[in-house]
Design a protein around this ligand. Structure first.
Ligand code: NAD
Length: 248
């Protein structure tokens, strides 16, 4: 227990790379102490810690945890509280997609996707919400996707369903935790991250034809908005905000 409420703290799940890592950088740049949660990429998480601590003079904690595992979620939160004594913001960013034809879709893969994207988000909201209620303040941002709203892809129907579920969770947790805790969701369209590294050039070009800005987002453009809605937007609550460059 080393901290006071003066120094803000954020947990970003699945934050060793991609949108999560960009979000860690954004909060650190704004004087937050940060919790970098990772599943497999220990080295990337440690180098991100080194980077943000030396650049922004904040404290970064690196914690391995599978957010779909209730015990590991509790451990992640306990370690955070032991170090910082409070949690101001939670960004539920960790997510997986397993794209296949309908023929190849399995119950096992569908379950894995739901366990991470939906149950993981639920567990984090449940246990961190408990702490935020006791504190009397807090802000939660759940990362959904336009795939959960209006851009559907049969090869990711399991992922799309999980992201629709995240929107439903957001509304219910916003109700449950009002009035002192804000709960919002963002729904990015295509973003340039490892998640899309398998896409071929022709496919990307075709998808860009359906985006008014005619390009994928960079992770930093998503992170900027996550920070805004989590920390700055004091009257935005229970909102689902698309960040997709405009669909056409
Ligand atoms: P990414 O694959 O680079 O990052 C996802 C991170 O989550 C990885 O670091 C991964 O290890 C971690 N993770 C996966 N399962 C986990 C678990 N059980 N416990 C802890 N960590 C776990 O992808 P990204 O593009 O940075 O995605 C971040 C979020 O944004 C995801 O929720 C994704 O669904 C969402 N999103 C991405 C896009 C896109 O086009 N990239 C679009 C809309 C929404």
């Amino acid at each position: 227990m080393k901290d006071s409420y003066k120094e803000k703290v954020v947990i970003v799940t699945g934050s060793s790379r991609g949108i999560g890592a960009a979000t860690i950088r954004k909060f650190a740049q704004n004087n937050y102490n940060v919790v970098i949660n990772y599943l497999n990429s220990k080295q990337e998480a440690l180098s991100l810690k080194e980077e943000v601590e030396s650049k922004y003079h904040i404290k970064a904690l690196v914690i391995k945890a599978d957010i779909s595992n209730e015990l590991e979620v509790k451990e992640l939160i306990n370690k955070t509280i032991l170090e910082f004594n409070h949690i101001d913001c939670l960004v539920n960013n960790a997510g997986i997609a397993i794209d296949t034809t309908l023929e190849d879709k399995t119950t096992e893969n569908f379950t894995n996707i739901l366990n991470t994207n939906l149950i993981g988000t639920f567990l984090m909201c449940k246990y961190i919400g408990h702490i935020m209620l006791k504190q009397g303040h807090g802000s939660i941002v759940n990362i959904s996707s336009t795939n959960g709203i209006d851009s559907f892809y049969p090869y990711s129907m399991d992922y799309d369903a999980s992201k629709a579920g995240v929107i439903s969770l957001t509304h219910n947790f916003a109700k449950e935790y009002a009035p002192n805790i804000r709960v919002n969701s963002i729904a990015p369209g295509w973003v340039n991250t490892e998640m899309n590294k398998e896409l071929d050039e022709d496919y990307i070009k075709e998808e860009c034809n359906h985006i008014l800005l005619n390009r994928f987002a960079e992770p930093e453009e998503i992170a900027d908005f996550i920070f805004y809605i989590a920390d700055q937007a004091t009257y935005i609550n229970d909102a689902i905000i698309k960040i997709d460059g405009g669909r056409c």
